[in-house]
Structures are given as C-alpha cells and as structure tokens.
Write a protein that binds this ligand. Structure first.
Ligand code: ZN
Length: 269
C-alpha cells in the first residue's frame, strides 16, 4: 500500500492505517499502557453517561415538570376565581343600587304625600320591575357564589398537591445530590488514575491516541478478539492477523479497517 500524500495546507489530514503501521516501530511496545489508558477512558465515558442519565435525575425532572404544570393550572384557576369575584362584586353593587332605588320609590308611594293615580301606577310599575331585576341579580349572585366555591375548592386541592409535590421534589433532589456525589467520587478516582496512565506513554503516541479517540467515538485502542477487531468488528486480513499474532508482546499495529490501534491483550497470559 502506498502512503497517502499530505492533505491540503491548513486542512486536517486523515490518518490512514498505513501511516499508523509505518510509525509503529517508533512507538515501541506500549500496548499494555495503551490498553490501560483506553480502559480508564472508556470507564470514565461510561460513568459520565451514567451521571447524565441517573434515575434520580429523571425523578427530579418529572417532579419539576409536574409542579410546573400544576402551578400553571393554579394560575389559570386563580385568574378565573378573580374574574368570578369581580363579576359578583359588580352584581352586588348593581343589586344594592337597585334596592336603594326601589325603597326610595316605595317610601314615596307610601308617604302621606298625595300623588296622582297615574304617578302612583308608574311608581308601582317601576318598583315591580326593580324587584324582578333584583330577583334576577340575586339568582346570578347565587350561581356565581357556587362557581366561586367550586373553583376555590379545586384551587385548594391543587395548592395542597403542589405543596406535597414540592416536598417530594426536595427528597428527590437530595437523592440526586447524593448519587452525583458518589459518581463524582468515582470520576475523580478514575481521572487520577488517568493521569498515571498517561504518564506511562510517550507524548507522540499519546497525541495520536487522543486524536483517534476524538475521531472514533472515544475508542482509539481495540483488542484482537478471535479474528476480529473489537473496535469495528470486522475480520482482520490474514496478513494483519499474522502480524498481530506474531508480534512481540507490547507491539502496536493499526486496524486497516478502522485505524484503531490494535493490540493483543496479554494481561491474562
Ligand atoms: Zn478495526
């Protein structure tokens, strides 16, 4: 295989499997150290993923969204209740002024002052219509009072559910906090061992490892499992397999398919 020419100036150059194999001699035997670093990084990635998807976090999120939705319902109900009370106050005012007017008419009707029959009939008619209006207003007010009571009852239940959910949220938040602390402890231990694992590798090899890791979903080093690369799961060519199998302990080859640094895990031997 021919070596690939360098990419355009200023553009990232794709690292080919050839190049990786070609420079294996320079890096010497570091497969064990590479594997150790990869294992730590994979564990860190898994722990970070677990931290992001903690069941405690899902519970907190669910509680928060339930409380938000109940609060929005309560706000709607409160504004409805305000409207009902305003309407009731307006009707009560109207009723009072109508009653005032009726009692003034009746006072004049029954006073000693003499008025014409026609005036008396007109006053009687107005008093009658004011009474009918008052009776309608009283019915309206009664209906409004019932609606207000029902809405206030619903609001009371909602407020108490919000309070209960708030307490549950506090408990869930505390549990999340504890779970995060446990995971953070794990992470800081792993990061400390990562520092040690990194120190065991020469700088150029480490740089290549980081480059491959960021390009290949966090996995720069793959194991040979049977005839396959554990990174891309493709079967290795006979030549590759021969090279990797007969390599001295610690030699590093690159997978021709995925460019990952291919190692035979000899830790169990
Ligand atoms: Zn591969």
């Amino acid at each position: 295989m021919a070596r690939q020419a360098a990419g355009l100036p200023g553009q990232p150059r794709k690292e080919t499997a050839d190049e990786v194999v070609a420079s294996d001699a320079e890096q010497g035997g570091h497969s064990g150290e590479l594997l150790a670093l990869q294992d730590i990084d994979s564990e860190i990635d898994a722990v970070v993923h677990r931290r992001r998807h903690l069941p405690e976090r899902a519970r907190v999120d669910a509680d928060v969204s339930r409380i938000d939705s109940m609060r929005s319902d309560a706000a709607t109900l409160r504004s409805e209740l305000g409207g009902l009370r305003e309407k009731q106050a307006a009707f009560e005012k109207e009723l009072a002024s109508s009653e005032q007017r009726r009692s003034a008419i009746e006072k004049r009707m029954f006073s000693a002052q003499t008025t014409s029959t026609r005036d008396l009939q007109a006053m009687q008619a107005e008093a009658g219509s004011l009474q009918a209006k008052a009776s309608d207003l009283e019915d309206e007010i009664l209906a409004l009072l019932e609606a207000t009571d029902a809405a206030a009852g619903r609001l009371g239940e909602l407020d108490s559910s919000i309070a209960t959910a708030g307490e549950a949220l506090l408990v869930a938040a505390k549990e999340l906090d504890e779970a995060e602390k446990t995971i953070d402890g794990q992470l800081s231990r792993l990061r400390a061992s990562r520092v040690g694992a990194k120190a065991a590798l020469p700088e150029p090899l480490l740089a290549r490892y980081e480059r491959l890791r960021s390009r290949l979903g966090g996995v720069a080093v793959s194991r040979v499992v049977g005839r396959r690369c554990s990174g891309c799961h493709l079967t290795l060519s006979a030549v590759e397999l021969e090279q990797v199998r007969h390599a001295a302990a610690g030699d590093v080859y690159a997978c021709e398919q995925c460019s990952r640094m291919l190692v035979v895990d000899r830790s169990g031997e």
